[in-house]
Design a protein around this ligand. Structure first.
Ligand code: MLT
Length: 418
């Protein structure tokens, strides 16, 4: 008898974005006359063409594969050396951050890495996530058995939720034993900055406090910096390794999805410092770098050659300018959406250092209610805050990944349906 992984049966509902897609399809089927007018600002999926440097590099790579003398088969599971080098240099050492080439591990995106990392961490870690949270962190932990069952009011037994609310500016507070908040010390803490979904960025002092906390408790921070390219706040670290001591307590996830427009191409990477340790039950320190290398070499033959070449091209002078132009384009969209929400009198966060605008739903609407209201009356798809956790109830997220014309139209339609 083949047994099923019963942890999957705990998953409380469909993944947020398929649920949104289901509601949109149902609406389009019910009102086909409006189907063509729907503007999708729900899932944060890029809309603009790839940077030309990346396209050229991928075309060249494909042409190499078409010729016997330049053909390549299996590549290294952790990524080609030149690509790892370009990343470590361009994203870190050039900014004065100490990261070695072989601490970069290429993957098909940080979504997978956020869950894959759990393979090398032991069973029984106490997991902390923010609330609201990118649902992948939670669901990945449910799937591997790091939680109990789903709770009636939302969330899962056994996960420590760090409330992010208006009162803390939607930034996770470090649990304070002195204040006796009753939050048991987590072993693994997911932090995302710039934040998905709230668009807020964590300031340096708070990041320092988290690093100090993790070091004190021999915990690990899983720092998701997928939206780093959007962070313009000089007081907010772009990498956790800007914080002294972070190399001993943090893994960082990066993605080319939102910087290079690679959501469909698929490429990202994890930084695994050689000094990062986790512990056996007997208290013996084990370097995770070796386990992560082993994991990759067993599980995968890495990212496709052409995609890696495309990612590498983003670090050329031309590629960097193109990435900047793409990010600036989406950030102008974010400004338009943010200003539009503020003009409507909605309390608004994000949109300044992230491609997401987070706003309070108008009086009388809960998150899903307002989602349905906007879908039906404005034909605009947003993301209900409640889909990101209990503290997201009463808020909604708008993604700035869209054409300029659509973003301007969204603002007009929001105003018309107020
Ligand atoms: C989002 O909309 O939150 C993101 O696009 C999801 C993702 O990056 O996986």
């Amino acid at each position: 008898m083949a047994l099923v992984n019963e942890h999957y049966l705990k998953l409380s509902a469909g993944y947020l974005f398929p649920e949104i897609a289901r509601r949109v399809s149902a609406f389009a089927a019910e009102k086909p006359q409006f189907a063509g007018e729907i503007i999708r600002c729900g899932i944060g999926d890029v809309t603009e063409a790839l940077p030309p440097s990346a396209v050229r590099a991928m075309q060249t790579a494909n042409a190499e594969l078409a010729t016997r003398s330049t053909f390549r088969g299996y590549g290294p599971g952790t990524g080609y050396e030149s690509v790892r080098g370009a990343i470590a240099h361009g994203d870190f050492r050039e900014r004065g951050i100490d990261v070695a080439d072989d601490e970069i591990f290429l993957s098909d995106g940080s979504k997978g890495d956020c869950g894959a990392i759990l393979e090398i961490l032991g069973a029984g870690n106490r997991i902390a996530v923010t609330d609201p949270v990118y649902p992948v962190y939670v669901d990945s932990n449910v799937m591997v058995g790091n939680t109990g069952p789903a709770l009636a009011g939302g969330g899962y037994e056994g996960i420590t939720y760090l409330p992010c609310t208006e009162s803390n500016g939607f930034l996770a507070d470090v649990p304070s034993e002195l204040r006796g908040e009753g939050v048991a010390a987590p072993d693994v803490i997911y932090l995302c900055s710039p934040n998905n979904p709230t668009g807020t960025v964590m300031d340096r002092a708070r990041a320092q406090a988290w690093v100090a906390y993790a070091r004190k408790h021999r915990a690990i921070i899983l720092w998701d910096a997928a939206y780093e390219a959007y962070n313009r706040d000089a007081n907010a670290p772009k990498s956790i390794y800007e914080i002294e001591g972070a190399r001993d307590c943090a893994v960082e996830f990066r993605s080319f999805s939102k910087s290079g427009g690679f959501t469909g191409v698929r490429c990202g990477y994890t930084v695994m410092p050689k000094s990062l340790m986790a512990y056996t039950r007997a208290g013996e320190a084990v370097a995770l770098h070796g386990l992560w290398t082993r994991r990759w070499n067993t599980r995968s033959n890495g990212v496709s050659y052409a995609v890696q070449r495309g990612a590498e091209a983003l670090y050329t002078d031309e590629g960097r300018k193109e990435v900047q132009a793409l990010v600036d384009f989406y950030m102008e969209n974010a400004r338009i959406l943010r200003d539009g929400c503020i003009a409507l009198g909605l309390r608004t966060w994000g949109g300044q250092n992230a491609p997401y605008v987070w706003a309070k739903t108008p009086e009388g609407h809960d998150s899903w209610g307002f989602f349905d209201h906007l879908l039906r009356n404005a034909r605009v798809v947003t993301t209900p805050g409640a889909g990101f956790g209990r503290c997201g109830e009463g808020y909604f997220r708008i993604s700035a990944f869209n054409s300029r014309a659509n973003v301007e139209e969204v603002v007009r339609r929001l105003a018309a349906t107020r």
